[in-house]
Design a protein around this ligand. Sequence first.
Ligand code: UDP
Length: 312
Amino acid sequence: MKQILVTGGAGFIGSHLCERLVNEGNAVICLDNYYSGSKKNVWHLIGHPGFELVRHDVTEPYRAEIDEIYNLACPASPVFYQYDPIQTTKTSVFGTFNMLGLAKRTKAKILQASTSEVYGDPVEHPQQEGYWGNVNPIGIRSCYDEGKRCAESLCFDYHRIHGVDVKVIRIFNTYGPRMAVNDGRVVSNFVVQALKGEDITIYGDGSQTRSFQYVSDLVEGMIKMMATPAGFTGPVNLGNPGEFTMLELAEKVLSKVGGKSKIVFRPLPADDPKMRRPDITLAKKELGWEPKVSLDEGLDEVITYFRQVLFQ
Ligand code: UDP
C-alpha cells in the first residue's frame, strides 16, 4: 500500500485524483486549505480507510512519511488566482518549495502540476514542451504564470542538486464534474449560463482558441506520469489537441442545452492568450497516453452534472 500525498486534493482535479488513488488501494492524505477547493468534493471519500483529509496551507511545511506527492495546490481559475495574487505566487512557490523539501527528506517521487500558462500568449503553435513561452512578467496573470514557472525551476534544481525524482506535467484547460458553479472559467460559465437561461458571456470577439481536456483523461495521464522510471522528469504536456474558438464553444453549449440564452460580448481581459493547443507527441511516446473523451461527450457529462447541482 503506497502512502500518497495530494495537495489541493479537495479541488476539482484533486478530488478526482484522490478518488482514483483510493479506489486503487492506496493510502491517500488529501491536503487543502479550501481556498478554491471544497470539502464537498471529497465528502464521499470521508470514512474510507484509505482516505485522510487534512486542512493545511502548503505555504507552511507539512511532515509525513510518504512515497509519492502530487502537488496540485493552487487556484487555477483566473477569477480565483487574481483575487489574491500575492497568495497565488506564495502558494506556487513556497508550496512547491515545501513539497520538494518533503520529497527530499522522505525520498518520495513528486509530480508537479504545472500549466500551459507557462507558454503565456504563445507565438509557437501548437505548443511543444521545448517552447520557452511568451509571458508578461508584470501583468495580472503573472502571479499564476510566473509562480508556476518558478515552481518548475525549483523542481529541476531539486532534481539536479538533490537528486529528487521530479515529474513535471503541464496541464492544458481541463473541465468536468465538480468544477464550482462560480469557478469563472469558460466551460462552467457557459454551461451554467445556458442552463439558467442567462446571457452567454464571450470575452473579446470569441476568436481566441483553447483545447479542452476532460478530467478523467488528465487523471489517467497523471498516474501514468508518476509511474515513469526515475530520471524521467518531463515536462510533459497533458491536454486534448482538439482546438475550438470560444464562439464555437458557446454555440456548442447552446445547441446542447437549448433554451433562450443570447450570446453577448464583453471586454477581453488583459494578456488573455489568443490561441492554445498542446502538442502531445511526448506524452504519447513516453506515457503511452492520449485523451479519449471528445468535447461533445465531456460537455454532455458536465451539462448533466450542473443540471443536478443547479436544479436538484
Ligand atoms: N472566457 C469567455 N467567457 C467567460 C469566461 C472565459 O469568453 O465567461 C474566455 C477567456 O477570455 C479565455 C477563454 O475563455 O479566452 C478561456 O478562459 P478560462 O478562464 O476558462 O481559462 P484560461 O485558459 O484563460 O486560463
